[in-house]
Design a binder for this molecule. Structure first.
Ligand code: FPP
Length: 261
């Protein structure tokens, strides 16, 4: 379902509070996946370099975390850099790496204040050493935060994750693998974050209606919400609206009637 355009500047505090209360009156998704899209178009619309769109995108990420904790969401995953994003111009890739480094090196008091544990997800250890060190540090500094676990998918590809899990499982169980022994839950243990719950709600901004290799395994039964809002314009109201949209869905998980999920 495509949501109407709104944007975080629309409405104001009153509207934000009203949508939060409405969302809080229903079931809250356990895990929200977010594909942050539209940074480049946001910048181009303003005659700015694409990099400014990514910079504004980091601000959006910052204002979304408290919105998620307001709702009591326990887990979220933001798609920051895909394994396919290396195909972008070198200058843009470098800019994104620096932005991630800047973010991971910045003051963590905001995260700690909101109880947000930040964890990188993907083949992030293959990134430049300074980025790896900063990501390791931020994960360590926020390790005791218990309100929300926020994964940031960096150098992440859903197919790659499944291939990596298969390899890890084969290495750990050399000679012992058989179809009797390997059930879905056994396999899921080898994904990048073995304790990550399935995605309940997957949100993509900017009007694109694709999954783009994001959390393929975990999103098997996710409710998909697409909004026309560009990521830099996205904000708490848009999250609350997406949750309200999620609450109106009939999740059957393959069953026939209502309320099986
Ligand atoms: C998609 O917009 C966005 C990205 C590929 C990068 C997302 C990254 C950020 C929001 C900032 C970095 C994150 C952290 C954690 C510091 P696009 O460039 O594809 O937009 P377009 O489709 O309009 O060109």
């Amino acid at each position: 379902m495509r949501m109407p355009e709104s944007g975080h500047n629309a409405g104001g505090r009153g509207e934000e509070k009203a949508w939060l209360e409405r969302a809080l009156s229903g079931k809250i998704p356990g895990h929200i996946g977010i594909i942050m899209d539209g940074n480049g178009r946001w910048a181009q619309k303003r005659g700015l370099p694409r990099a400014e769109g990514h910079r504004a995108g980091v601000k959006t990420l910052r204002r979304c975390l408290p919105a998620l904790t307001n709702l009591g969401v326990k887990c979220c995953t933001f798609f920051a850099f895909s394994t396919e994003n290396w195909k972008r111009p070198r200058a843009e890739v470098n800019f994104l790496m620096n932005l991630i480094l800047e973010y991971a090196s910045s003051d963590v008091s905001e995260l700690i204040e909101h109880g947000v544990r930040l964890l990188p997800l993907g083949r992030w250890r293959e990134l430049p050493q300074a980025v790896v060190t900063a990501l390791d540090r931020i994960a360590f500094q926020t390790r005791d935060c218990a309100s929300l676990t926020a994964y940031v998918a960096i150098n992440y590809g859903g197919r790659q994750e499944i291939v990596d899990a298969a390899l890890r499982m084969a290495q750990e169980n050399a000679g012992l693998i058989s179809s009797d022994l390997v059930k879905e839950a056994d396999f899921a243990r080898f994904l990048y974050a073995s304790s990550m719950p399935d995605v309940d709600l997957l949100v993509r901004t900017s009007g694109e209606q694709r999954i783009s290799n994001f959390l393929l395994w975990q999103s098997a039964y996710a409710e998909l919400v697409f909004t026309d809002v560009l990521w830099p314009d996205f904000g708490p109201v848009d999250i609350y609206k997406a949750v309200v949209e999620f609450q109106g869905r009939d999740r059957r998980f393959g069953h026939t009637g209502r309320g099986k999920g």
